[in-house]
Write a protein that binds this ligand. Structure first.
Ligand SMILES: *Cc1c(COP(=O)(O)O)cnc(C)c1O
Length: 356
């Protein structure tokens, strides 16, 4: 296979051994003489997968026993509404920070159920920074988006909150140590740092759940899923299996400290070059820069075709920016090796040498 440096924003790169193990399980799973695609989710073999996939999350995040983990479907997009349904009281009120497209998607879904205040908003500067966020007041819960995948900004500390705190962690979960215990709920679509598209991870503090007085449709009720060990209905079997393999890989790499080291090296390599190289400029202000999704553009747009030809020639894939920011976005999720960032940095240097 041709070597491709995969900077895709999502679905995105997974560890090559995870891909290989997934491919093998599609051929034959667990010595059963069957593909993982054709076994019952109620089989002992899959029950073990689900158990490990849930336990590994608790272990990696050092969660106390009041937390539970479930894998559902519907993406983070359904998560926007599930979060609100499980925490917004009847005629309730929540507070949100709007730091981009996904944050505003979450706000929209919460407004279906109650009142939403948005005292923190970075839209006037096309979301190039993270506002100073402190959640307080008479709210059922507070919500933020830890990493703004499209704009390339990231909270570098958990915001302070005096109300139950909810986070959409879709694009930076497991990328470095995090104060998970500060949260009532964390949710994340799998397809950025964890596995294939098709499952969404929910990590919930059971002591803060079930206080809304709402009657929920069963699939929207996190409590119902926890009570059935994330097997209320047929789970996305293959996606959960691949997540479990990625979680094993994270543990083998030294857990979140190992991920932080790996990701720190990549982001520092990239941003040092961005700051040094006069041909490029970043979108995010330096103190809000994302380790996962650096966004940048050419100072001289007229050279776009030249730069594009160069990175394509180097085997780089997936760095076209999102239409709402333009330019480029080099997503550097956990699985991306540092060598891929080195290749991108070399291309940037060469571009400066030839066209600067
Ligand atoms: C990708 C992404 C989403 C959307 O996820 P879906 O699984 O497509 O619904 C939401 N929030 C963030 C932060 C994302 O990066």
């Amino acid at each position: 296979m041709k070597k491709v440096h995969n900077f895709s924003a999502g679905p995105s790169i997974l560890p090559s051994e995870v891909i290989a193990q997934t491919a093998a399980a599609i051929q034959e799973f667990d010595g059963m003489g069957l593909s993982i695609l054709e076994i019952s989710h109620r089989s002992k073999n899959f029950e073990r997968v689900m158990q490990e996939a849930r336990d590994a999350v608790k272990e990696i995040l050092h969660l106390p026993s009041r937390y539970e983990v479930v894998y559902l479907q519907g993406g983070a997009t359904l998560g926007f509404h599930i979060a609100a349904m499980n925490f917004m009281k009847e005629n309730g009120k929540a507070v949100y920070a709007n730091t981009g497209v996904w944050a505003s998607g979450a706000i929209k879904e919460a407004k279906v159920l109650g009142t939403v205040d948005v005292p923190f908003d970075s839209s006037s500067s096309n979301h190039n920074h993270i506002p100073e966020v402190v959640f307080e007041g008479n709210y059922d819960y507070a919500h933020y988006t830890s990493n703004n995948t499209i704009y390339g900004t990231q909270y570098h500390n958990t915001p302070k909150s005096s109300v139950p705190l909810i986070c959409d962690m879709s694009s930076d979960i497991f990328s470095r140590p995090v104060n998970a215990e500060a949260h009532a709920l964390i949710y994340a679509g799998a397809q950025k740092n964890l596995g294939p598209a098709g499952t969404t991870l929910y990590i919930v503090d059971m002591e803060q759940l079930g206080k809304t007085g709402r009657k929920l449709p069963i699939y929207m009720d996190l409590k119902a899923h926890v009570e059935k060990d994330s097997m209320y209905n047929t789970p996305p079997v293959l996606a959960v299996y691949t997540c479990m393999l990625t979680l094993r890989w994270i543990k083998a790499q030294g857990g979140l400290a190992g991920m932080e080291k790996r990701n720190h090296e990549k982001q520092s390599l990239f941003y040092s070059e961005l700051d040094r190289n006069g041909m490029f400029e970043g979108h995010a202000v330096p103190d809000a820069r994302s380790w996962m999704n650096p966004t940048f553009r050419l100072v001289n747009d007229a050279l776009t075709a030249d730069f594009d030809a160069m990175w394509k020639e180097a085997g780089i894939s997936g760095i076209a920016g999102h239409r709402s920011v333009g330019g480029y976005r080099a997503s550097m999720y956990n699985a991306l090796p540092v060598e891929s960032v080195q290749v991108l940095v070399e291309v940037m240097k060469e571009f400066e040498r030839i066209k600067g």
